[in-house]
Design a protein around this ligand. Structure first.
Ligand code: GLU
Length: 454
């Protein structure tokens, strides 16, 4: 009897994974993200047959709305270009759609859907009333002038504005979308609608509705999360050798907080290559190169000639370290890099980027007792602080840096303790992947049950 029940339930999850693959051909990142969540929630789905009866998984894996649009723009030489814009409004069971915009040439529906799907669960973990979405474009901001980026953002918003709003869908930044882009997007939104609706976008400038500490939030939150994990094993960041991949917004503020807590960051990267500075990375130089000049990480050598550069960014994982923070992009750590990290004695791997570790890499870490923090929990500080920005906007208030930072720390602490407790409840102590997926799934699924078949 119990065997047959188990078989039926297993086949529900498996049939949904199969269905997602068939209905979304070629979208491998989306398949990967769905498989990762669904496989780990299997035992919970088995416990509650009402989820199957109400088609929860069919609905949870189908975006509520997918918007794809043309984005024409003119470059500085007068040439016309056409990019593709996206907004995937995945799930609104917990609140209005919320999630960033990514401008990167690799953007296509598979990446947009994986990010929007992940965002639904991540947002659930923050404890704030926000649903999940993601958007962006295959536009490549690299090498574009400010005025080209402005014209692109204006064209993008000329279509997007009709789909978003403080109670509907609230975009923010992601790869390729930072303060500059949010500014241009907000300006165009305001111009078209004739409304200064601060709550429509987050990541705004602090003088016009943005929240202090939003820029730092993803990186700081990531480090706060790992600090909680370390505390649990009687450790701290003090004296730890740390590697952070990437050198964008998440990486920079991860480095800053690690240094503040006494860790030593010895390597950073961008898509061209990596720098290794055994003396400890000089963050001010990195900020000067990456944030102020929008340059390449190789330029670090000009001011730090004793540092080493390698033009394969994946080689960053060959350096021996105690803590690894993949903060660049999806699937940057595969089995090979995972094995090297394990052989070099890594203690903690925490995902700053979205889905930077492949399923095989995660399995390798977990089998070898490496403490592993999944993105949807560990990098949730960014979107959680976006939700704090929305709260401030709706109250017409702005809180101090310290106040927002304190709330961020609280959110990260709560996420850690709730997912750890869930893992323990199901006798999967220490499995934060399971804990995060199950905690988030139950929250979203129960809200969907309450709201009927919609
Ligand atoms: N793009 C970020 C993320 O992956 C932030 C999204 C937001 O603030 O809405 O969570």
């Amino acid at each position: 009897m119990s065997n047959s029940i188990e078989l039926t339930q297993e086949s529900y999850v498996d049939s949904i994974i199969e269905r997602v693959v068939v209905r979304n051909p070629g979208e491998t990142e989306f398949h990967q993200a769905v498989r990762e969540v669904l496989e780990s929630i299997k035992p919970v789905v088995e416990l509650y047959p009402e989820f199957e009866e109400n088609g929860i998984l069919e609905r949870l894996t189908e975006p509520e709305r997918q918007i794809i649009f043309r984005v024409p723009w003119v470059d500085d030489q007068g040439n016309v270009h056409v990019n593709r814009g996206y907004r995937i409004e995945f799930n609104s069971a917990l609140g209005p759609y919320k999630g960033g915009l990514r401008f990167h040439p690799t953007v296509y529906p598979g990446i947009m859907k994986f990010l929007a799907f992940e965002q639904t669960f991540k947002n659930a973990l923050t404890g704030r009333p926000i649903g999940g979405a993601k958007g962006g474009s295959d536009f490549d901001p690299k090498g574009k002038s400010d005025s080209e980026v402005m014209r692109f953002c204006q064209s993008f918003m000329t279509e997007l504005y009709r789909h978003i709003g403080a109670q509907t869908d609230i975009p923010a930044g992601d790869i390729g979308v930072g303060n500059r882009e949010i500014g241009y997007l907000f300006g165009q939104y305001k111009r078209i609608t004739n409304r200064f609706e601060a709550g429509t976008l987050t990541g705004k400038g602090v003088d016009w509705g943005g929240s202090l500490a939003r820029t730092e939030a993803t990186g700081y939150g990531l480090v706060y999360f790992v600090d909680e994990m370390l505390k649990d094993i009687g450790e701290t960041f003090e004296g730890k050798k740390v590697i952070v991949s990437g050198s964008g917004n998440v990486a920079i503020y991860t480095v800053q907080k690690v240094i503040e807590l006494g860790g030593k960051v010895i390597a950073l990267s961008d898509s061209d290559g990596m720098v290794y500075d055994p003396e400890g990375i000089d963050l001010n130089s990195v900020i000067e190169i990456k944030e102020k000049r929008r340059g390449r990480i190789v330029e670090y050598l000009k001011t730090h000639p004793s540092a080493e550069y390698n033009d394969n960014s994946k080689n960053i994982w060959k350096i021996e370290c105690d803590i690894a923070f993949p903060c660049a992009t999806q699937n940057e750590i595969d089995m090979e890099e995972a094995k090297t990290l394990v052989n070099n004695g890594v203690l903690v791997v925490a995902e700053g980027a979205n889905m930077p570790c492949t399923p095989e890499a995660i399995e390798c870490f977990q089998k070898n007792n490496v403490l592993f923090a999944p993105a949807k929990a560990a990098n949730a500080g960014g979107v959680a602080t976006s939700a704090l920005e929305m709260t401030q906007n709706s109250m017409w208030e702005s809180w101090s840096f310290e106040e927002v930072d304190k709330k961020l720390r609280e959110v990260m602490k709560n996420i850690y303790s709730s997912i750890k407790t869930t893992a323990e409840e199901y006798k999967k102590d220490g499995d934060l992947v399971f804990g995060a997926n199950v905690t988030a799934f139950l929250k979203v699924a129960r809200a969907m049950m309450d709201q009927g078949i919609v």
